[in-house]
Design a protein around this ligand. Structure first.
Ligand code: ADP
Length: 295
């Protein structure tokens, strides 16, 4: 099936779910994603943002749709309204409200800090999530747990470590990783995290503002977990200004142990980068583990 046919199947599904006829007049490719092809589909008075990938990745889009829906329900940070997802012979797809993105300003970063803290403040029932999803294109298991440290050990750090072993990253990375697994409880002696709904992949490339300067987050890998993990990821590749951190802290203060745990939490993403991209990320992960084990 050609892309044109995929687009017309998507347009038909949009018309069905919105109960408003949608005929595509123009399509535009959108760059900036890591995993999927992205497009703007324009009709006479409607615009939609569409992500496309292979047909067998339907579940990835279903999980993103559910994550965005749950984030939207909190009415804290703006997200693009999820419209529909589905599959053609050749592709799976996700359709969202199209939002014109602008770069964040200091003012919108302040608002985002306040709003993210409000999102994290809402109590959630357990660690994990209702379904498994993906982080980048890597599977992310989310089996329900009452114990955060066990959850982190088995379903986050341990899962990526095992994946790395399967991909041939043995030796030092595995030895340090196993030691760290044994020591995990030490990082939580005076700190008992509560489950918060997390964005889950909150690097600077997944945050922008709309034309009215409202902060917008997208491309989530949602689950219920320690809010410090979202904060840690904002620091991993930079891109969030001081206004953001000050505003967050004013609503919800960070624990003094965050400075240490942020390395532990970002290790998950660096191990994911080892598994996705290889290269220098393995030695970065080893350095992070050595730093943590020296504590
Ligand atoms: P991927 O899943 O491939 O990483 P993203 O969700 O990051 O894709 O989206 C790719 C790019 O499309 C983003 O960098 C952003 O610039 C743009 N984008 C994302 N969501 C929307 C939206 N709802 N409306 C308009 N543009 C969007």
């Amino acid at each position: 099936m050609k892309t044109a046919q995929t687009f017309s199947a998507i347009a038909k599904q949009i018309s069905d779910v919105t109960q408003t006829s949608f005929e595509i007049e123009n399509t535009k490719s959108i760059s900036g994603g890591d995993i999927n092809a992205a497009f703007l589909l324009e009709g006479k008075n409607q615009r939609y943002f569409v992500k496309l990938n292979q047909a067998n990745l339907l579940e990835m889009f279903a999980a993103e749709f559910i994550g965005l829906t749950e984030l939207a329900k909190t009415q804290t940070v703006k997200i693009a309204s999820p419209i529909t997802f589905g599959q053609t012979d050749k592709n799976s797809f996700l359709v969202l409200e199209f939002i014109e993105f602008k770069r964040a300003t200091p003012k919108s970063e302040t608002r985002f800090g306040q709003q993210l803290a409000q999102l994290h403040l809402q109590k959630q029932p357990y660690f994990g999530w209702k379904i498994d999803n993906t982080i980048g294109s890597t599977p992310q298991p989310n089996a329900r747990s009452e114990n955060w440290v066990t959850f982190w050990r088995e379903q986050r750090f341990g899962f990526q470590l095992q994946l790395a072993a399967q991909k041939g990253y043995g030796g030092k990375l595995q030895i340090l990783g196993e030691k760290l697994c044994e020591r995990l409880d030490d990082f939580f002696i005076d700190y008992k995290p509560q489950p918060s709904l997390l964005h889950g992949d909150l690097w600077g490339g997944n945050f922008a503002t709309d034309n009215e300067n409202n902060p917008v987050i997208f491309d989530p890998a949602c689950y219920y977990g320690d809010r410090e993990t979202d904060l840690a990821m904002t620091e991993l590749f930079g891109g969030f200004g001081q206004n953001f951190y000050a505003a967050y802290n004013e609503v919800l203060q960070l624990d003094s142990g965050y400075k240490t745990r942020k390395t532990l939490y970002n290790l998950y993403h660096i191990l994911n980068h080892v598994n996705l991209f290889g290269g220098g990320y393995a030695s970065q992960a080893e350095k992070m583990m050595q730093k943590l084990l020296a504590k």
